[in-house]
Design a protein. Structure first.
Length: 282
């Protein structure tokens, strides 16, 4: 058995072991993939993880996103290789949140804690989105709320610079590396103040057609009003441009998002997942 880095170039070779949505992310800056292959180069398994705090003063962490293989021995080998990679990346703590109990138990054998929890991810239907759109009709949304396609690259980069300075990047650890057209141009909402982007609701559609909300923030004196207007704008665009079968994933990654989700989508609950973490010795 040998190991190879999995990147966007060879990710499809490991389609049996990595879900499409996760394969999509292997082109991004802080996502890493470890592939196990036999002597003929045939895939045997894969592990994908995302680094956090890589460019901050805080300790680097790692989130294991996917782990799958043909057999338990290969999973154990992948975990041993991951430990080497984590040490090289100076990872202080690793954690996981997986839906498969058997895989979580394997991680427990490698020093991770193990418990069940409600996933922070909730899946929203278009029916719920239409309810939000009905609160503020498109005709009542002011012109300073627009979509990402109307924003210049210079305006977008200025916005990114500002939110990074303020430490606001939502789920996008690598937003400094993501081009404007990586997001869904017509669905994403932006707030303008004196020709400057002072807020954005950014979304990305994965290869399976599921839309992920990745950043929702605003700043400046009118930020509270703009947050509501941007949500109404994107909700209206979603109802106009997407089919009734479209699903939207919201990750309740902080208290503000949790409170908003409870207010707007109270009936939506996360699936049961298995979570754990491990502190690495240095």
């Amino acid at each position: 058995m040998r190991f190879t880095d999995i990147t966007e170039e060879n990710a499809d070779d490991f389609y049996s072991f990595i879900a499409p949505g996760i394969r999509d992310d292997l082109e991004r800056e802080y996502f890493r993939g470890i592939g196990a292959i036999d002597d003929d180069g045939e895939p045997l398994g894969a592990l994908v993880y995302e680094l956090g705090n890589s460019e901050s003063e805080e300790d680097t962490n790692s989130r294991i996103l996917s782990l799958a293989a043909d057999n338990d021995k290969t999973i154990d080998s992948l975990m041993s290789e991951y430990e080497i990679c984590a040490s090289e990346e100076d990872v202080a703590e690793s954690y996981y949140e997986l839906s498969d109990k058997k895989t979580a138990r394997h991680l427990e054998k490698h020093g991770f804690t193990f418990e069940t929890a409600e996933s922070p991810d909730i899946v929203i239907s278009m029916k719920d989105i239409k309810h939000v759109a009905d609160t503020v009709k498109a005709s009542r949304i002011p012109s300073f709320i627009t979509n990402l396609s109307e924003i210049s690259i210079q305006q977008y980069r200025g916005f990114v610079k500002n939110i990074l300075f303020m430490g606001k990047h939502g789920l996008l650890e690598d937003i400094a590396y993501l081009p404007k057209n990586w997001f869904e141009q017509e669905l994403c909402a932006c707030a303008l103040t004196d020709d400057e982007v002072t807020g954005a609701l950014l979304m990305r559609k994965d290869s399976e057609g599921v839309i992920h909300v990745l950043l929702y923030t605003a700043f400046g004196p009118d930020y509270k009003r703009n947050l509501g207007l941007m949500m109404a704008y994107s909700a209206n665009m979603l109802t106009e441009l997407c089919s009734n079968e479209t699903l939207i994933v919201i990750r309740r990654h902080n208290d503000a998002v949790k409170k908003l989700a409870e207010k707007l989508f109270a009936s939506s609950k996360g699936d049961t997942v298995y979570v754990g973490k491990k502190t690495h010795e240095k």
